[in-house]
Write a protein that binds this ligand. Structure first.
Ligand SMILES: *Cc1c(COP(=O)(O)O)cnc(C)c1O
Length: 358
């Protein structure tokens, strides 16, 4: 089997040990071995950010989107408004979710190539703080690769008494997350934790889970029900058993390799090699180099080059890059360097990029 190196921002190229973990014996999700495994996973997820002591992970089966949607289902108010500070596809997607849920919100639809519009955020809060329940923001906007700093958003929220909910699907386990004035953080196993798409989770304030009332209009996505069941290691519905095996092994591997700071370091070094090469070839970044997250970069397609030709040549050689979304389609390409990428594969990638783009 040829290794396929995924340079899309999730899912990722699996390590051999994570792939092998899925071959364990079949197991019923109502058996005690399964609940023990789930309890261990919950503990390990908590240890990714040991400072988040007041937060409890709640896990469910589904990709990252299901965690974001479960967070909004369970916690976004149906009476007071959510204030969404968007600068890309994923911020705008939270507005689409709240529309489907029939919950009130105000969307600050920022430019995709700009940072979060803090001035607009503040003026909205200033005008109407009492009518806002939470600020919703995407930590790493995968549309562009921009890491949105959470501190200034959370600080503004604090000033006006409004807490923050974060889509950290593409930053969890790779970037530092500040938890001050935060209600909940949505994340997944299939991005920076290097597992398969199967299990996602939400870190929510424990007092909210213990004392809050669910706002969910969905049965399947109601985190309060998962929270109750998972106290014993179970869940209300069938979990992805193989996904649980894979996530357990991926978490073990994450800690064996030194946890978040080491993962970031590896990502940084791979990312900088890609950036250095492409910038030396004159390829322009979509946003300023110092605004990128630790592992995802986006580039403007050079004049006279086609995305499809670049993609197809890399794909034939075992590397999958990622296109732009929405208005960026055909105009940019993205390279994510998470997952199990070996040194010889990094070298091949750089060589192929040079051949295609020089
Ligand atoms: C990938 C991603 C999602 C969606 O995750 P899926 O696993 O594709 O459902 C949501 N938000 C952000 C910021 C993402 O990068």
């Amino acid at each position: 089997m040829r290794r396929e190196i995924l340079l899309n921002p999730g899912p990722v190229t699996l390590s051999d040990r994570v792939r092998a973990a899925m071959m364990k014996p079949d197991l019923c999700h109502r058996e005690k071995e399964f609940s023990a495994l789930c309890l261990e996973i919950l503990k390990m997820i908590s240890e990714v950010y040991p400072q988040a002591k007041e937060f409890q992970p709640v896990m469910l089966t589904g990709s990252g989107t299901s965690a974001v949607e479960a967070m909004l289902q369970s916690f976004a108010s149906s009476k007071k408004k959510s204030l969404i500070a968007a600068n890309g596809v994923y911020g705008e997607r939270m507005a689409a979710m709240l529309t489907k849920q029939g919950k009130p919100f105000n969307l600050i639809k920022g430019e995709w190539t700009e940072g979060v519009d803090l001035a607009a955020l503040e003026s909205n809060l200033k005008q109407d703080a009492a009518n806002y329940h939470a600020i919703l923001v995407v930590h790493h906007e995968t549309t562009t690769g921009r890491l949105n700093p959470i501190e200034p958003v959370a600080a503004l929220g604090k000033k006006y008494g409004v807490p923050v909910m974060i889509d950290a699907v593409s930053s969890f386990a790779a970037e530092e997350i500040p938890f001050d004035n935060v209600l909940a953080v949505a994340a997944t196993g299939n991005k920076c934790l290097h597992s398969i798409p199967a299990i996602s989770f939400v870190l929510a304030r424990r007092d909210l889970l213990d004392a809050g009332a669910s706002e969910s209009k969905s049965l399947y996505l109601d985190l309060f029900e998962y929270y109750k069941a998972q106290k014993g290691g179970f869940s209300p519905f069938t979990q992805s058993v193989q996904g649980v095996y894979a996530l357990h092994e991926a978490l073990k591997e994450f800690f064996d390799m030194g946890g978040l700071s080491q993962r970031r370091k590896i990502y940084h070094s791979r990312r900088d090699r890609v950036l250095d090469l492409l910038q030396s070839l004159g390829v322009k970044t979509l946003i300023a180099r110092d605004t990128f997250s630790s592992y995802l970069t986006s580039f403007l397609m050079p004049e006279g080059k086609s995305y499809d030709a670049l993609h197809d040549n890399l794909k034939e050689n075992g590397f999958t890059i990622y296109a732009g979304q929405g208005n960026f389609s055909g105009k940019i390409f993205r390279i994510a360097v998470m997952g199990d990428i070996r040194e010889n594969e990094m070298e091949s990638l750089l060589k192929l990029l040079r051949q295609n783009l020089a």
